[in-house]
Design a protein around this ligand. Structure first.
Ligand code: ATP
Length: 136
């Protein structure tokens, strides 16, 4: 059975949306396998976001992700990687469709990084790599 990493980002935790996000994942039929609250450090975030190093939003993204605790979840289900990304919606919270987590709760705060509440792994390879980082 497939597994993915879901992160409730610092904005989601600060806005008390952790339960709502988990509720949607569970209501869809996916299973929570493990969960932990983490204050991420630079080293973990640099590994997690290695693909974005050098991009204009990289430094703001790092600062945002270490600005407060995140909730990391190991979630299982058939096609859960794709399914969680559909539940999350588009990266940009302004254009994310209503009915998605980002579409319903996200908005553009005019900052240098999109504070879009949630992360989900984007492939089987990413999921394995990210799960081993956050659930070492
Ligand atoms: P995630 O990886 O968090 O699930 P994603 O796959 O939709 O989101 P990525 O392209 O992997 O998006 O970017 C990682 C994160 O970096 C985004 O979720 C967002 O917080 C931020 N980000 C990405 N692109 C931009 C951008 N053009 N401007 C500002 N922030 C961005």
């Amino acid at each position: 059975i497939e597994e993915t990493l879901v992160l409730v980002k610092p904005d989601g935790v600060a806005r008390n949306l952790t339960g709502e996000i988990l509720r949607r994942i569970e209501a869809k039929g996916y299973s929570l396998v493990d969960i932990r609250m983490v204050q991420a450090d630079r080293e973990l975030l640099a590994q997690h976001y290695a693909e974005h190093e050098g991009k204009p939003f990289y430094e703001p993204l790092m600062e945002f992700m270490e600005s407060g605790p995140v909730v990391a979840m190991r979630v299982a289900g058939n096609r859960v990687i794709e399914g969680v990304r559909v539940l999350a919606g588009a990266t940009d919270p302004t254009t994310a469709l209503p009915g998605t987590i980002r579409g319903d709760f996200g908005r553009d705060w005019g900052l240098r990084v999109q504070q879009n509440l949630v992360h989900g792994s984007d492939s089987v390879e990413s999921a394995e790599r990210e799960l081993s980082l956050w659930f070492a």
